[in-house]
Design a binder for this molecule. Structure first.
Ligand code: GDP
Ligand code: MG
Length: 443
């Protein structure tokens, strides 16, 4: 994954004070590939990379996390910002005199009709609104019936179908009905084309001028690749949009289209479609999509946690000792403590300098959190002397330590054996390091 590639790029950076331009450039080449693979449009990816470059160069290296992951965090933050910022308002704006008109626009098959049904259902159930659905799609024979069927399933009213009306006539009838029958919201579902064409744009723009909707939602398929930018630009210039609904996030698309759309229109992403079912509608969380675009949501929160909880001074002291080949049970206990502070063990080991490689070496050793806690307890039952010179721990001491920490003697044996293996390995790695083969490997 991206993180692995970045870790490789930055491995040689350990021990330096700040991220240099060259190092950041190398990392950003990987980030750029990740963005493009996630379907972020090229110009949008380029802008984001430039922003990250400005921010990353010269930034202090956080010693307790791998620098590659630190860059991922910077990229992630820029992404979240570009997607509207954490805690951005989500959902539909109903803050207007009733009936509030919502116009749904987008290419054919993007999910306009389905999303209309989903939004209607949510407004009815969650917001207790009286909603009217109207299909203005006169181009596809079954389109109006499709919306009527959806409305039926959700218990929402749909405008009766009258054949041979134009979209404008249907819109007028919908608005009129909504006013007369005191609807809170009227959702106008429009026709789409497989590709953008002038006639369609003119039709939608005309409906918009007439209906003056409070929200004009551009519905886009998350699978839309580089085209996302063109689609968004066209709709924004010719029609004007107030928000974006991104559908099919239940598929395996990474969601870069969201970033492209947002960048081009400046309009917020308001809702996500996450399935064909009518309840598959979700609020938009920039952090989640950012994580998805980078393909590493978890790492970002781990870096945040690590930066917040790991005692910098302690981590540096430990690293310095390890680089000299010194590693005692006390050091091990400190490491366990820092890991414990951060909560979940999975994924965290790899983020601690040095520990990532230990973890690789111990792959299959079946480490879990309860074992770490037990080990910390065992070490705390030892005397200072025992911690510094574990060789003196023979049978009777083992019994005492086991009783003191509530474990079996064999657990004490296992810990001592593991510690032995670790210190032997560190000595080996340290030797290699001094030969220049693994410079900074135990950073
Ligand atoms: P429209 O042409 O823009 O009105 O698109 P439709 O609403 O008719 O949707 C086209 C197809 O996409 C239908 O088969 C929908 O069931 C499907 N669809 C819509 N939204 C989603 C979604 O969020 N996830 C999935 N998996 N399918 C969706
Ligand atoms: Mg439709």
């Amino acid at each position: 994954g991206l993180s692995g590639k970045l870790t490789a790029v930055f491995d040689r950076l350990r021990g330096r004070g700040a991220l240099s331009e060259e190092d950041v450039s190398a990392a950003l080449r990987e980030v750029r590939v990740a963005l493009l693979e996630a379907d972020v449009a090229l110009p949008v990816a380029r802008d984001l990379i430039n922003k990250v470059r400005e921010r990353a160069v010269g930034q202090e290296v956080i010693r307790s996390v791998a620098p590659g992951q630190q860059v991922v965090k910077i990229v992630n933050d820029a992404l979240v910002e570009a997607l509207g910022g954490a805690g951005a308002p989500t959902g539909i704006d109903l803050n207007a005199p009733a009936p509030v008109a919502i116009l749904m626009v987008g290419l054919q098959g993007s999910g306009k009709t389905t999303s209309s049904g989903k939004i209607a259902l949510r407004l009815k159930n969650r917001d207790r609104k009286k909603v009217l659905l109207a299909s203005l799609d006169v181009h596809r024979p079954a389109a109006q019936q499709q919306l009527a069927t959806l409305a039926n399933q959700t218990g929402v009213t749909s405008l009766p179908i009258i054949p041979f009306q134009t979209p404008l006539e249907i819109a007028a009838r919908a608005l009129d009905t909504a006013k007369r029958e005191l609807y809170d919201v009227v959702i106008l579902d429009t026709a789409g084309r497989l590709a953008i064409d002038e006639a369609l744009m003119a039709e939608v723009a005309e409906v918009k001028r007439f209906a003056t909707p409070h929200e004009t939602l551009l519905v886009v398929d998350a699978m839309t690749g580089q085209d996302a930018v063109n689609t968004a630009r066209e709709f924004h210039e010719k029609v004007g949009v107030t928000g974006i609904v991104m559908t099919r996030v239940d598929g395996d698309a990474r969601g870069g289209a969201a970033l492209s759309m947002r960048a081009v229109t400046g309009a917020p992403i308001k809702l996500l479609g996450a399935g064909e079912k009518l309840d598959a509608l979700e609020d938009f969380h920039p952090e989640r999509i950012a994580g998805r675009i980078l393909g590493m949501g978890d790492i970002v929160s781990l870096v945040e946690k690590a930066a917040a909880t790991i005692d910098q001074a302690e981590a540096e002291k430990l690293a310095a000792r390890m680089q000299k080949g010194i590693f005692t049970l006390e050091d091990y206990a400190k490491q366990l403590e820092q890991i414990g502070k951060m909560g979940s063990l999975q994924g965290i080991l790899g983020m601690l300098p040095g520990v990532g490689k230990i973890k690789q070496q111990m792959a299959g050793a079946n480490l879990d959190e309860s074992i770490l806690k037990r080990q910390a307890a065992i070490i705390s039952s030892m005397t200072a002397k025992e911690r510094r010179a574990p060789d003196i721990i023979k049978a009777s001491r083992k019994k005492r330590i086991a009783a003191g920490s509530g474990v079996q003697v064999q657990d004490v044996n296992r810990l001592l054996k593991q510690f032995d293996d670790m210190s032997a390995m560190m000595k080996r790695m340290n030797k290699l390091g001094q030969k220049g083969l693994m410079r900074g490997g135990l950073g």
